[in-house]
Design a protein around this ligand. Structure first.
Ligand code: SAM
Length: 214
């Protein structure tokens, strides 16, 4: 074996070993980065989920109602029974993700809608979903602190205690003839002008709409 051949083989050996090493090294780095990225994403998603569930549980006991959206099948029935017209100013007090407001505007494009929501998550969802409707205003506010004077129609899906506290405020601020519709829960010790049994059969929520007129 000539010395020339041996040196060439040695050079080749070093070259290819080096490339192999580089290949493996790069591969390991990419895998580690991917692994860290996956762990961070999973941790953030879990954190958001735990945060959301905790807030919901706390809201069940402390708030005027947790974020439990109205069943989709009930949206049309609510809007139809509110008796809106093109001049209406419609408020959803505790508007959640804004789904009733969107239904109302789709049916009556000229009306003015106001959604009032205290919790950040539903408020952000409502802002996002209603972004293309110029006549829907979303306020991040407590329903008891909001100005209701322009309302002609109000919808609320809140606990009975909140509905009972809301009614005197509605009566004080709103014009005679203003409609307050409550889903499932009544204003205590006040006879509604109308009770509508809804067509919902697949859920315990949204069974009844009570209508009060100022
Ligand atoms: C049962 S959900 C109804 C959501 C929406 N109206 C719907 O029908 O799909 C009640 C909503 O009211 C909000 N809420 C509860 N108390 C409130 C308050 N004092 N002021 C504003 N929003 C409130 C909750 O955060 C929740 O999103």
């Amino acid at each position: 074996m000539s010395p020339q051949i041996t040196i060439t083989s040695l050079k080749n050996f070093i070259k290819y070993s080096y490339l192999d090493f580089l290949d493996n090294y790069l591969y390991s780095i990419i895998m580690i980065v991917l692994y860290i990225f996956t762990v961070i994403v999973c941790a953030l998603v879990s954190l958001a989920l735990v945060g959301f569930i905790t807030v919901q549980i706390v809201a069940i006991f402390t708030a005027d109602a947790p974020f439990v959206p109205i069943p989709k099948d009930l949206e049309d029935e609510i809007v139809e029974n509110l008796g809106l017209n093109s001049e209406s100013v419609f408020y959803d007090l505790g508007c959640g993700d804004g789904r009733i407001l969107i239904k109302a505007v789709e049916k009556y494009p000229g009306i003015k809608c106001v959604g009032v929501e205290i919790a950040y998550l539903p408020y952000s969802l409502a802002k996002f979903y209603t972004r293309k409707y110029k006549n829907i205003e979303i306020r991040r506010q407590n329903v008891f602190k909001t100005d209701l004077t322009s309302a002609t129609h109000i919808f609320a899906y809140l606990y009975p205690k909140a509905m009972t506290e809301l009614w005197p405020i509605v009566k004080e601020q709103c014009k005679p003839g203003t409609i307050l519709m409550s889903c499932d829960f009544e204003v205590e010790n006040v006879q509604p002008n109308k009770i509508i049994q809804t067509k919902i059969t697949n859920s315990k929520r949204g069974q009844r709409l009570s209508v009060y007129e100022v």
